[in-house]
Design a protein around this ligand. Structure first.
Ligand SMILES: Nc1ncnc2c1ncn2[C@@H]1O[C@H](COP(=O)(O)OP(=O)(O)OP(=O)(O)O)[C@@H](O)[C@H]1O
Length: 650
């Protein structure tokens, strides 16, 4: 294959002015370089006046940076996170010093903080502080013009940060300030560092506002840029040398940042994580049944050493009441927009769109903020904190609830071991496969000792093979969980194989809330029929298929380790109905009686009872039903090809 790269030629009408623009920007810089007296550079830069100005510039710019961080970080957070009236106005105010002529900024500062300004007399009378002609005045001027760089940069980084990280941290028990310092800040660190560097560079180069507001006193307010201005009149060669120094610093900052001013590299990290090849962990039983590692099947997991029943009355977008005993796993299903995520967020106390009166065990947690509810949440992407190792991620909830460092780490390691990912404890999330990350996310949620566990499509991101593995692990560990677990899913197999109950939502309301088998047999809507309208037979894997729980055999093309508990999933469309015993290929053939015929959309669902196997639902066209002369009580034969049966290991 040709690897020739075709480079389009830019049109001359655009290329020419663009080149002119580059030359326009470059020429003054070349001017500085060409006029610098390199032999005198050392002498110029070490003259007492320049050294003093440099010292002052560093003091002023670092103070300005400190003040900008102190005030600008919370301001950026407010702008990025809190909805309030007049936000656009505040943002314009922040940006104003960037577009305002600095001398005008200096005049404004004089009128605000000067001796005869609004606040000046009070500052002088109360604290004895006079800003003009004082180094603190130079700091104020530099902060005024430089802080916007920090605020804009950090607001951009915060805006790009998915809120699920912070929300997950809260669900693990961390109060807002802890979340800010342990999750938000480290994750926006690149944006913060970029903003801080630009702020510092801008403060270092500040001239107009400083000279107008703070004056030009050598040793007190005369910073390097002011020195350059003065030197230009007396010693132009020295001015060139100092300009070169400032130019080098500015270039250094820009090269160090290289386009990192806005946006967080977090997204890139996540892309890296997604690119990790999915591979079954050696610690999870493979399809051949080989148990490669330390997943302790059937081990009881008591998340909080107690049993927590759930009672929830949800109002708002969701209108429903939910009651569940300790240890119940409920699959929450429904069409897109049915309100599944909103329900979970309401239970967490994270959305104003729905309100949940929530009781867990004997405790009413309705009035508690998310971090005190002991409701752990695993969002769809797992939301593992990318800057922490798997171990530190898992220890996060324990630390947030006050456990000591060593104790939290020990317990976290224990949880990771239980979920079969103990050997990955030192890895960062970007170095985990999707399946491994999901298990770490689950370990982290369980380690936080929740009384209610919310899993939002926990297996959606996984490929089919890994999905089966993680489903198996999940089921094993949910079996010992003493609270209620809600799993949002779009996958019928997941709903049927993981849950004790299926909660079907439609427009935020409960359409059906019943055992999977019941929902499967009697779907209350075409959508539920499509979603869960499958036959699910429990049994034990045998050499050529499955021995069914209530008796009977099923021949299956795929095989599981002999003796494994499994669920056979048969799509109703795959069930053929005959009046006479069929010959030919299908090896699963049973006699039965039509119990019920219901219309689902344009098709008919035929429930066939049999003495040999559990009830079977077939889906056929009305034409076929008419041809067969089907009616309640009719004697029929059903058949299913071995290749049409999916075995799900339990
Ligand atoms: N912040 C919001 N503001 C306004 N409406 C919203 C907001 N979030 C969700 N909605 C709306 O609320 C309804 C329920 O949304 P929700 O995310 O709970 O659905 P879902 O069942 O989780 O859907 P999906 O399967 O697509 O994830 C949808 O109609 C959606 O458009």
């Amino acid at each position: 294959m040709s690897r020739l790269r075709i480079r389009p030629r830019p049109p001359l009408a655009l290329a020419l002015p663009a080149l002119l623009a580059v030359a326009f920007l470059l020429l003054p810089l070349i001017g500085i370089l060409s006029r610098t007296q390199w032999g005198e550079l050392g002498t110029h830069l070490t003259s007492p006046g320049v050294v003093e100005a440099l010292r002052l510039s560093l003091v002023v710019s670092l103070w300005a940076l400190g003040l900008s961080l102190l005030l600008g970080v919370p301001l950026a957070w407010l702008l990025a996170r809190v909805p309030f009236k007049g936000k656009a106005l505040v943002r314009s105010l922040v940006l104003l010093p960037m577009v305002l002529p600095p001398t005008v900024g200096g005049v404004a500062l004089l009128l605000g903080f000067g001796r005869r300004g609004l606040l000046g007399p009070w500052l002088e009378g109360t604290f004895g502080i006079t800003l003009p002609f004082h180094t603190s005045g130079a700091v104020v001027a530099a902060t005024f013009v430089a802080m916007p760089f920090l605020v804009i940069s950090l607001e951009g980084a915060l805006g790009g940060l998915k809120q699920s990280y912070e929300e997950t941290a809260a669900s693990l028990g961390a109060p807002p300030v802890r979340v800010f310092f342990t999750v938000t800040l480290p994750m926006v660190a690149p944006g913060l560092v970029a903003g801080a560097a630009l702020t510092w560079a801008r403060a270092l180069g500040e001239f107009g506002a400083t000279i107008t507001f703070a004056g030009n006193l050598p040793g007190t307010t005369q910073t390097l840029p002011l020195q350059v201005y003065l030197l230009l009149q007396d010693k132009p060669e020295a001015a060139t040398s100092v300009s070169l120094l400032l130019l080098a610093i500015a270039m250094g900052v820009l090269i160090a940042l290289r386009g990192r001013w806005t946006g967080t590299p977090v997204a890139a990290k996540e892309a890296g994580a997604a690119a990790v090849t999915e591979e079954p962990s050696p610690s999870v039983p493979g399809p051949d049944g080989g148990d490669g590692g330390p997943v302790p099947d059937g081990e009881a997991v008591r998340a909080d050493g107690g049993d927590w029943a759930l009672h929830a009355e949800v109002t708002g977008f969701n209108e429903l009441t939910l009651d569940a005993g300790p240890g119940t796993t409920i699959a929450v299903v429904g069409e897109n927009g049915a309100g599944k995520t909103t329900l979970l967020r309401a239970l967490l106390g994270l959305t104003p769109r729905a309100h949940a009166r929530l009781r867990l065990g004997d405790t009413d947690v309705t009035a508690l903020p998310p971090h005190r509810r002991q409701v752990a949440w695993v969002p769809q992407d797992g939301a593992l904190f990318p800057h922490l190792t798997a171990l530190a991620n898992t220890a996060y909830g324990l630390r947030a609830r006050g456990a000591g460092r060593a104790e939290a780490r020990r317990e976290a390691q224990d949880w990771l071991d239980r979920l079969g990912v103990g050997h990955l404890a030192r890895r960062k999330p970007a170095q985990l496969s999707g399946g491994q990350a999901q298990r770490v996310a689950l370990a982290r949620a369980l380690a936080a000792r929740p009384r209610l566990l919310l899993l939002d499509e926990p297996l959606a991101a996984l490929d089919q093979t890994t999905r089966a593995h993680v489903r198996h692990t999940l089921r094993t560990h949910l079996a010992g969980f003493g609270g209620v677990c809600l799993i949002v899913t779009h996958d019928p197999v997941e709903a049927v194989s993981l849950a004790d109950r299926v909660l079907v939502l439609s427009d935020g309301r409960t359409l059906q809330d019943a055992a999977p088998a019941e929902v499967t047999r009697r779907p209350r809507s075409p959508w539920v029929a499509r979603m869960l309208g499958r036959n699910a037979w429990p049994g034990t894997a045998s050499a050529d298929g499955m021995a069914l729980g209530p008796g009977g055999r099923l021949v299956v093309a795929e095989s599981l380790p002999e003796g494994a508990a499994a669920l056979a999933i048969i799509a109703p469309e795959a069930v053929a109905v005959h009046r006479e015993r069929p010959g030919g290929s299908p090896r699963n053939v049973w006699p039965g009686t039509v119990r019920e015929i219901t219309a689902v959309g344009s098709r008919l669902r035929v429930l066939v009872g049999s003495a040999e196997v559990p009830d079977l639902v077939a889906e056929i066209t009305p034409e076929a039903a008419a041809e067969l002369g089907l009616a309640d009580g009719a004697a029929v034969w059903t058949s299913v090809k071995a290749t049409e049966v999916t075995l799900v290991r339990l």
